[in-house]
Write a protein that binds this ligand. Structure first.
Ligand SMILES: *Cc1c(COP(=O)(O)O)cnc(C)c1O
Length: 404
């Protein structure tokens, strides 16, 4: 008789976005005349930039002719894309990352979930609280965590690093030594970030204790302040302790197009085994590459026109972020984020819980956001609004919130 991977049974239901959808649907059914504005889910709304559409069209045409047809992509991704990434995202920032240390994929969610496979099941993970749930859940599925305590909303055998207002929503070095440290800056959900000097402390710590940092830089394009690192490889010593995950979803609107990459420097070793070799082995065995069409679209991101058009797209969302942040401040809310990230993290007023504020905002402003408690216990009493809506909807939402 077969047995299932019963680690899956340990997972509590993923109630966050389904509960939100249920509540919104019920509200809409009772109030058919009200227009609900959604600033909840972290998905983009602007169409793909013209330069991307052109690249997609011409790649599709190539696929229709025998001479330019492309079948399976090379394991690590096409050379043209990996070279563009190595130059633009690393060499131009003074970071030493070679094209063959870059693995092209169909997105950072899969990579952030799959990367744990190359590590022993005995490794202990450290995560920020609140956190992007993928990091924890994929380690649960792999059997790297103990049991879930519904009261504390925490797993045994996981090191939680609370990110609170006291530390500007940055984690502090953990007391217990982890093997794998997940960091995401600029952060989803808090919109917070850390300076290069702070990140350097993490790199030094990881090298000292022999831990690997899995650095999710999905929101790098939203960085506006000078002392915020664009990549962990700006820090000295990161080549021996850090894996970096990048995505084309937030900088170029590829949430439905799918493209990302992972960097594993060849200096990152356990004894004499390169993690690069393990990930290459995994990629070759379990993955047949991101589509040629998407990789050509990704290449267009790095052209001068691509950079210009995408900077405008990011600026559009960051203007929304400003509207939200300043609007909330005028209305007397305590807010953070929204400067180097498209997320605004607000403290719920009058001691409301995150879910109480969700209901209050839906009923009184007909605006949907995400309860902070859905990202971890330290998110309780906080609420996330995203800047990924349209400008018109963002303005209307803030107008309603101010009149609440
Ligand atoms: C959106 C997001 C990603 C990107 O995921 P894709 O699979 O590339 O779309 C990765 N990490 C975080 C924290 C995100 O919010």
């Amino acid at each position: 008789m077969f047995k299932i991977n019963d680690n899956y049974l340990k997972l509590p239901g993923s109630y966050l976005f389904s509960t939100i959808a249920k509540k919104v649907n019920a509200f809409q059914a009772e109030n058919p005349d009200k227009t609900v504005i959604r600033l909840g889910i972290g998905d983009v709304t602007q169409p793909l930039a013209p330069v991307i559409i052109d690249a997609l069209h011409s790649a599709v045409d190539e696929m229709g002719k025998a001479e330019t047809f492309h079948g399976y992509a090379p394991d690590l991704g096409y050379e043209f894309l990996r070279t563009a990434i190595a130059k633009n995202d690393y060499a131009d920032r003074g970071c030493e990352i070679a094209a063959d240390e870059i693995f092209v994929s169909d997105g950072a969610k899969c990579d952030s979930g799959n990367i744990q496979e190359i590590f022993s099941v005995d490794n202990k993970i450290a995560v920020c609280d609140p956190v992007y749930p993928v990091y924890v859940d994929t380690n649960v599925m792999a059997g790297r965590t103990g049991t879930y305590d519904p009261k504390t909303e925490m797993w045994s055998d996981v090191i939680y690093m609370p990110c609170t207002a006291e530390t500007n929503f940055a984690p502090e070095l953990p007391k217990e030594t982890p093997d794998l440290i997940y960091l995401c800056f600029p952060n989803n959900p808090t919109g917070a970030t850390i300076t290069k000097a702070q990140l350097q402390e993490w790199v030094d710590y990881a090298n000292k204790v022999g831990a690997v940092i899995i650095y999710d830089a999905a929101y790098e394009a939203y960085i506006s302040e000078a002392d915020v690192p664009h990549t962990i490889y700006e820090c000295e010593g990161a080549r021996t302790c850090a894996i970096e995950l990048k995505s084309f979803s937030k900088n170029a609107g590829f949430t439905g197009t799918r493209l990302g990459y992972t960097v594993i420097p060849k200096d990152l070793k356990c004894g004499d085994v390169m993690l690069h070799s393990l990930w290459a082995r995994r990629h070759g065995t379990k993955y047949n590459g991101a589509p040629y069409i998407q990789q050509r679209a990704g290449e267009a991101v790095y052209t001068p026109e691509g950079k210009e058009q995408l900077a405008k797209q990011v600026a559009y969302y960051m203007n929304n972020a400003k509207v939200i942040k300043e609007g909330l401040q005028e209305a007397g809310y305590t807010v953070s984020g929204g400067v180097n990230a498209p997320y605004i993290w607000l403290k719920t007023p009058s001691g409301m819980t995150s879910w109480e504020f969700f209901d209050y905002l839906l009923a009184n402003a007909n605006v949907v956001g995400t309860p902070g408690s859905g990202f971890g216990p330290s998110g309780e009493g906080y609420f996330r609004l995203t800047a990924f809506g349209t400008y018109e909807n963002t303005l209307a939402a803030l107008d309603r919130i101010k009149r609440m």
